[in-house]
Design a binder for this molecule. Structure first.
Ligand code: AMP
Ligand code: ZN
Length: 701
């Protein structure tokens, strides 16, 4: 048989099958049959590369070659949307817009899909470029990754030059399933954003992204239809998935029905007066949709009127987004600084126009790493929403509006801002490799003295910086030999201050081994890690040093909760001569390097034995909330950071949102603070949580 013809046949059949499955939701062949045809096509293409077509269904699986995302200019305006937070605002906007346009308008109401904005450029009907929104003028070219999205047509049913705007999203169910392996990803949007920016398109292909098209721009003016409804109809005809949940609002339901009929579409039609109820209903049924939406979009239907209304710098004047929830806080990014943590990890931090949020003023928010910045497409000058979850550091959640100054997405520096060393990439983060980097040294010492660690909190980061600057303390053990009186006379340092430093140093010698161990700065060994090691049999430092010098990974990995990577990292750190010398000097100074046997009569009853608890929100009696975690663990519970099918209980404080929904879905028992106090037997006495054995979780921040 003619191979070329067979390729043609297979391609057509597979494309039809994909379309039936992903766009129309009506599969006509089995998965098995699909795979068989697919494999046949792939085999022919492998043998005869000259027969490989650009729109071949085999191109959906992506490639293992790393690609970066070159910038490319948009040829259409890619702006954000004006926002409203109440139905009333939308109604007034409609009235105002109608007046400005000088006539009766009709509007199309669509769901605002909470995904990643994408512009697909087709030339002669072939997908040639997929660009992110970027700064609205220039986006990132993510074409290889977008080709893997099954519902995006690679070739249109007509040979058009057209730009299509839409949203790439991840269905909720897929997110929940994939979250098991990626527990750090907060929501479907973030997971979709990550997938769109994978360097290897084969990794994007592994995430079942979906697409909804909602705008189209023809390069040939004469081909442009007269209204938005006709655009939607046309997108459907061309093979794009169009969200079926939309409605028309006009002076009468009857009028809207005529418009729908003219476009050949079937959708509900309402009079303006019904808008209130429609939006209220939308926000109610939202939770039952298979994908996330964060609002509704109202768009002028008549395209000639859109032309008249035009655009502002930021958004079209012919559309408005009604958002279900008002943002936590909206502010502007004034700049980005980078911090060097005690482990050398580099964290970009957004410097914000100060804004009130949850009872405090937020001036800075973490941006985590370059990947996070890229996902947000964040640039200096952008307006952003900032959120605070539980007692965590505030984070930039979303870019709301791009800057006017033409700044593009922020990129991290190549060298350490503290010591100038060339930064190295490890996993998602950049690190300064220089152990003597001043910021790292100061960070290490401040971490050691911090509250919850050695509790020498009078010697805070400022004092540490001063001591370091004067050459009095260059490493942790110097705290125990240093003459603090040399500080007297320096601005802000008097006798009272130095006396408190000396007292803190003396007190610290009584701190139990768990605090000493957790304060040394070993990788992954904060209070919880130290507890795990001690409970696992490492009851003194010599046992640890011995295991490390033998390179005995097993000695660590046999402990529940310690994996081979952590084990290797701990061994390497302990075997470092600088660390050994540090430990030797601290031991000479009289610190506790062995666990004192606990009196078993003090051990509380193991009432939570065998249970798995997650903790969310903030608490009155357990602040920071690690105090609640400690009470749980003391009584035999295992604690986890996310709610999964294995979780038995969720301890729910104030303001814990997403975990609660997850717990309800999975039927996990939810316990509030009051209930927890009762379980601890503290309820009637009204006792406050006693001082914890350990302290607060530490952030490398
Ligand atoms: P924002 O990013 O909050 O300014 O909102 C504008 C974004 O909403 C656009 O960039 C689109 O990515 C997104 N969006 C989601 N659904 C729609 C829709 N049906 N029509 C227009 N924009 C939408
Ligand atoms: Zn450095």
């Amino acid at each position: 048989m003619d191979l070329e013809k067979r390729v043609e046949e297979l391609t057509q059949r597979l494309l039809d099958a994909q379309r039936a499955y992903y766009v129309e939701g009506r599969p006509f062949i089995s998965d098995l049959e699909y795979d068989r045809l697919f494999d046949e096509l792939k085999a022919i293409e492998d043998e005869h590369p000259e027969l490989l077509r650009e729109d071949s269904p085999t191109q959906r699986v992506g490639s293992d070659l790393a690609s970066d995302f070159p910038e490319a200019a948009h040829t259409i305006p890619v702006l954000s949307l004006d926002k409203a937070y109440s139905a009333q605002e939308v109604v007034s906007w409609m009235e105002k817009t109608g007046k400005a346009a000088g006539g009766h308008l009709s509007f199309v109401e669509e769901e605002k899909i909470d995904g990643i904005s994408m512009v697909l450029y087709y030339e002669g009907g072939l997908l040639v470029r997929a660009l992110t929104r970027g700064n609205g003028h220039v986006g990132n070219d993510v074409t290889p990754n977008i080709r893997t999205v099954r519902s995006i047509p690679l070739r249109l049913s007509e040979a058009l030059d057209i730009a299509v705007r839409g949203e790439v999203y991840l269905p909720k169910a897929d997110f929940e399933r994939l979250k098991e392996d990626q527990p750090d990803v907060a929501n479907p949007r973030n997971m979709a954003a990550g997938a769109v920016r994978r360097q290897k398109s084969s990794e994007s292909a592994a995430i079942p992204l979906r697409f909804f098209a909602y705008e189209a721009f023809w390069s040939e003016e004469s081909q442009t239809p007269a209204d938005h409804l006709s655009i939607l109809a046309c997108l459907k005809r061309l093979g794009f998935p169009v969200n079926p949940h939309f409605a028309v609002f006009s002076q009468s339901a009857e009028h809207g029905r005529r418009l729908l009929e003219a476009a050949g579409l079937d959708a509900p039609s309402y009079a303006f007066s019904d808008l209130d109820g429609y939006l209220a209903k939308a926000s109610k049924v939202r939770k039952d949709l298979p994908y996330e939406i964060d609002g509704m979009v109202t768009k002028v239907n008549e395209l000639p009127i859109r032309e008249v209304l035009g655009y502002t710098e930021h958004h079209p004047r012919w559309a408005i987004a009604y958002k279900f929830e008002s943002p936590q806080a909206v502010t502007t990014v004034l700049g980005v600084t980078v911090q060097v943590g005690r482990t050398g990890r580099i964290t970009p931090v957004a410097e914000l126009e100060p804004v009130a949020l949850g009872g405090s003023t937020v001036r800075r928010a973490t941006l985590h790493n370059q990947e996070y910045i890229d996902e947000l497409e964040l640039a200096i000058g952008d307006s952003v929403s900032v959120v605070k979850r539980g007692d965590v550091i505030p984070a930039v959640e979303e870019v709301l509006e791009k800057n006017n100054e033409g700044h593009s997405t922020y990129t991290m520096p190549a060298s350490c801002p503290s010591c100038g060393s060339h930064l190295v990439q490890r996993g998602a983060h950049l690190f300064c490799p220089n152990k003597d980097c001043p910021d790292q040294v100061r960070g290490r010492i401040s971490y050691f003295t911090a509250k919850g660690q050695m509790d020498m909190d009078s010697i805070g980061p400022k004092a540490v910086a001063k001591l370091y600057e004067m050459g009095l303390v260059k490493d942790i053990p110097d705290l125990y030999t240093c003459d603090f009186d040399k500080l007297i006379g320096e601005k802000g340092y008097g006798e009272k201050m130095t006396a408190s430093f000396k007292a803190a140093v003396e007190e610290s010698k009584k701190k139990p081994f768990i605090n000493v161990l957790s304060s040394l700065g070993l990788p992954d060994v904060a209070i919880k890690g130290a507890q795990t090691l001690i409970a696992g049999g490492f009851s003194d430092i010599d046992k640890l040093l011995d295991a490390a010098s033998r390179g005995d990974v097993e000695a660590f990995t046999r402990i529940d909760g310690i994996g081979p990577q952590t084990a290797a990292a701990i061994i390497e750190a302990l075997d470092d001569p600088v660390m050994k010398e540090r430990i030797r000097r601290l031991r000479d100074a009289g610190l506790q390097f062995a666990q004192v046997e606990e009196d078993p009569s003090n051990r509380p009853e193991q009432v939570f034995e065998g249970q798995v608890w997650a903790v969310t929100g903030s608490f009155e009696h357990f602040n920071p909330r690690t105090k609640a975690v400690q009470e749980l663990e003391k009584r035999g519970a295992r604690t986890v950071s996310s709610v999964t099918s294995k979780t038995t209980h969720l301890l729910m404080g104030k303001g814990g949102g997403s975990k609660k929904a997850q717990a309800e879905k999975l039927g996990v028992q939810i316990v509030d603070e009051d209930g927890f106090l009762s379980l601890l037997g503290w309820k009637d006495g009204g006792a406050k949580a006693e001082e914890p054995a350990g302290g607060q979780l530490s952030f490398d921040f």
